[in-house]
Ligand binder design. Structure first.
Ligand SMILES: [Fe+2]
Length: 296
């Protein structure tokens, strides 16, 4: 990438970050995002490949993979972290039948992590969260300069037999500091599918998206186009999602997302503490440079 492109990219990023800091959430349309990612080094081929990355016939019906990344702010790099089980608890405002249970997902591979558009999304996320004052969660190490980012590559599927709920748990938080969601693509989805609603923290957990207190709704966004991206301060706004509805009800519909959960490392006594290694992945290594931090 040229210095000029990078400078322009950073000034555009700083504008978005200012909006994020002021509103505690921000939505970046896919077209703007694509331009940004290109300034950060992504090619058209990277963008085209990213759109297809969720097409993986080896995955079972509910298609979900994850990978852990360490934003090593002191060294200015983002590094793939070694495999760890994943857990979210009711204490983190995640109330579901499997709250508190450790879960293991298939690992994302080089086809995603070596894609420069994906790496640019990680750079974008690290830039957005650095030096932003937020409400603290208990037992996370806010003195640590870097971040743990758990990435999910998720396909929600609706078939004639089953409605795909991107968030079956209803109103919830993700147990992190900053959540970012990026649409990779969708097929056969109605125009009012999969709307994300943001709620005041006083909204009760586990309530369905259409049964919430309207007075506590703080906004809504909808991912419609490739790279449409939402960022939210996770411990200041809860969220819920409407289901994926098939336009042609006789065919399946799909919605492919990247979800970036980012938080400070867990301390002793936190449910994720035993699963929060900062060691790099030995068989699937990846390391990319971070952008310089800019205060807004
Ligand atoms: Fe969520």
């Amino acid at each position: 990438m040229s210095t000029n492109d990078l400078d322009q990219g950073i000034s555009d990023l700083a504008q978005i970050k200012k909006q994020y800091v002021e509103q505690r959430s921000v939505f970046v349309p896919g077209e703007r995002m694509a331009g940004l990612l290109k300034r950060l080094g992504a090619t058209d081929a990277d963008l085209a490949q990213l759109q297809r990355v969720s097409d993986d016939p080896t995955l079972p019906f509910r298609k979900s993979k994850n990978g852990r990344f360490h934003f090593d702010v002191e060294n200015g790099t983002v590094d793939r972290g070694e495999f760890q089980p994943f857990v979210l608890s009711a204490g983190e405002d995640f109330v579901r039948h499997d709250s508190g249970q450790t879960r293991e997902f298939a690992e994302i591979g080089d086809n995603l992590q070596l894609n420069r558009a994906f790496q640019a999304l990680l750079m974008f996320k690290a830039f957005m969260v650095q030096d932003v004052e937020i409400a603290h969660r208990p037992k996370l190490d806010y003195d640590y300069p870097g971040w743990v980012c758990t990435l999910f590559n998720l396909r929600t599927v609706t078939t004639p037999e089953l409605v795909g709920e991107p968030a079956l748990e209803g109103v919830h938080s993700d147990g992190v500091d900053h959540t970012m969601t990026t649409l990779l693509g969708s097929e056969n989805m109605t125009a009012d599918s999969a709307i994300t609603f943001l709620h005041d923290m006083r909204q009760n957990n586990a309530v369905r998206w259409d049964e919430v207190d309207p007075e506590l709704v703080m906004g809504h966004y909808q991912h419609r186009h490739f790279l449409d991206t939402m960022l939210v301060v996770d411990h200041e706004r809860k969220h819920s999602l409407s289901p994926v509805v098939a336009a042609d009800q006789l065919r399946a519909s799909t919605r492919d997302m990247l979800i970036f959960f980012t938080r400070k490392p867990a301390m002793e006594g936190h449910i994720s503490h035993p699963y929060d290694s900062l060691t790099s992945h030995s068989s699937l290594p990846m390391s990319a440079g971070l952008l310089p931090s800019v205060q807004v």
